[in-house]
Design a binder for this molecule. Structure first.
Ligand code: SAH
Length: 498
């Protein structure tokens, strides 16, 4: 088998600015080598068994003491491709705009490795999130992307300072350290010192920050605001339009970075809602749903389905595993005829519906075992046989109370939640809010980092919980819950965040 390399533009940071093609290829890769500039949650789009390599230049050391540099990245790409792997080299922005994508492609040609390039949204295009159109009929008919990395005073500088000094919008990449020299060059080349200038850090991310000024005062302002890379330097009249066109700041959760701890398969419903409201959602799954240690109890229950009058589902996962298992056993939902089905809340009821089943009971407002119990106790349960396919570990409130009401209750494990391998540190940048959607998301979070470190990481971070039980678990670990959802649903949680 022959390997292949895809140089993919990850976009400027907002996860959803990855192209559809990039997403498809990322999901198929054996190896993903990614930049520090690309959004770390992108690794969640890779296969669970893909090899993930952070190509972080900022002094990253390997266990053998070697430091990550361009040479090593090139070697890694070539090595994996020659082993027959599908390699995705994920680069921030567009792979062929700065950032050495061209050089990486040349090396592949030299090694006769087949490759494709998937363009991305370059950081400068991301400036739409700050409200600057790069060109505008009234203000600017050209835009230049210029490296700010090169010392502008070096003899034979390849930047055409003379023309840059005259017209158009200028966007400098990698220029923060050279800002004073760049400004001086532009003014010397004839650019009016009153020309608007802006610095934009982490464009399109939750951490996006802008500093505004003119060529004459932007250096002072950059110092005062302690602007750091990655940032763009923008010069030109179009900047003035940001007052009118700053659409993103008007979104209710603009500028918020929110960590979502749900399982990978379930996180997107929440993170898409948060993104739509202007936040950056970082998906950091602290639970993973896997099959139970043994299917025997569930299989036995399925074989005796006719004995049960009630089946109670306390989660979407419970429904999914149960239905999946029916299919494995070549049984379909006709076998559920005449049984009463209960769902703990609207999410579980929805999953039942997707499988062609309507719940007969659902908790009213309080989507917890207690809430569901209230509804079920309206029935004559004495002597009834009740099946509860659910997580291996859970509270026994429902089962115990139903037994007390005279029912025969069989609880069978339909799935298990485990701690997934941690793929990146969600706290590498700014985090404003963390969401916990179940007790196990909290306890696993604490276990992943250790109690002391978890508390430290969450200092200054608002903790939002989906409901009473999850909040109690958080408190048990000494975490202070700032907001609790009134309704224990994803929409309820989003409301609480708002
Ligand atoms: N290929 C990338 C650029 C890589 S060079 C692209 O097309 O965007 C790295 C420089 O890009 C950084 O120093 C910074 O100037 C700029 N940059 C990349 N991502 C950025 C971001 N999210 N916010 C601000 N600047 C960014």
């Amino acid at each position: 088998m022959k390997g292949k390399v895809y140089l993919i533009g990850a976009g400027p940071g907002d996860l959803e600015l990855l192209t559809l093609k990039g997403k498809r290829l990322l999901g198929a890769a054996d190896v993903v080598i990614y930049d520090y500039l690309s959004n770390p949650s992108l690794v969640n789009l890779a296969r669970k068994d893909a090899e993930l390599i952070a190509a972080d230049f900022r002094g990253k050391r390997f266990s053998d003491g070697s430091v990550m540099n361009q040479d090593l990245i090139n070697k890694l790409i070539v090595n994996r491709a020659k082993k027959g792997k599908i390699v995705v080299r994920l680069k921030g922005g567009d792979p062929f705009i700065f950032g050495r994508g061209g050089e990486e492609a040349e090396i592949l040609v030299a090694h006769k490795i087949s490759y494709e390039v998937v363009p991305g949204v370059t950081a400068a295009s991301g400036l739409a999130y700050a409200g600057f159109p790069l060109t505008h009929r009234k203000y600017s008919s050209s835009v230049s992307f210029i490296t700010g990395h090169e010392d502008p005073n070096k003899p034979g500088s390849s930047v055409d300072w003379h023309s840059a000094g005259r017209t158009g919008t200028l966007v400098f990449y990698m220029g923060i350290e050279n800002l004073p020299k760049i400004v001086e060059k532009l003014i010397n080349a004839g650019r009016n010192p009153k020309t608007p200038a802006a610095l934009v850090e982490w464009v399109t991310r939750g951490a996006q920050r802008e500093v505004y000024g003119t060529l004459s005062d932007i250096i002072k302002k950059a110092k005062a605001a302690k602007v750091k890379a990655p940032a763009l330097i923008v010069v030109g009249e179009v900047i003035a339009l940001h007052n009118k066109l700053n659409w993103r700041k008007k979104l209710p959760l603009a500028g918020q970075t929110i960590v979502v701890t749900r399982s990978r398969d379930q996180a997107s419903r929440l993170s898409e809602k948060l993104n739509a409201l202007g936040a950056e959602a970082i998906e950091f799954p602290t639970i993973e749903i896997v099959p139970p240690k043994s299917f025997k109890p569930l299989d036995t229950a399925i074989a005796r389905l006719k004995d049960y009058q009630y089946i109670i589902f306390t989660s979407r996962n419970g429904v999914r595993s149960f239905i999946d298992r029916l299919m494995v056993k070549k049984i379909d939902t006709r076998r559920l005829c005449c049984k009463k089905i209960a769902a703990i809340g609207p999410g579980t009821a929805q999953t039942l519906k997707e499988n062609g089943l309507l719940a007969d009971f659902q908790a009213n407002c309080d989507y917890s075992q207690e809430g569901l119990l209230k509804e079920l106790l309206r029935e004559k349960l004495a002597g009834a046989n009740i099946l509860i396919p659910r997580a291996e570990k859970a509270r026994e409130v429902l089962s115990n109370s139903l037994r007390r009401a005279g029912a025969r209750v069989l609880v069978v494990p339909a799935y298990r939640t485990i701690k997934p391998t941690v793929k990146f540190n969600p706290f590498a940048g700014k985090v404003d809010v963390i969401t916990f959607t179940s007790s196990s998301t909290v306890s696993n979070f604490v276990e992943i980092f250790g109690a002391k470190k978890a508390k430290q990481l969450l200092q200054g971070v608002k903790i939002v919980s989906i409901g009473r039980i999850t909040s109690a678990t958080a408190r048990k670990y000494g975490l202070k819950v700032d907001v609790e959802a009134k309704r224990s649903t994803i929409d309820g949680l989003v409301k609480a965040i708002l």
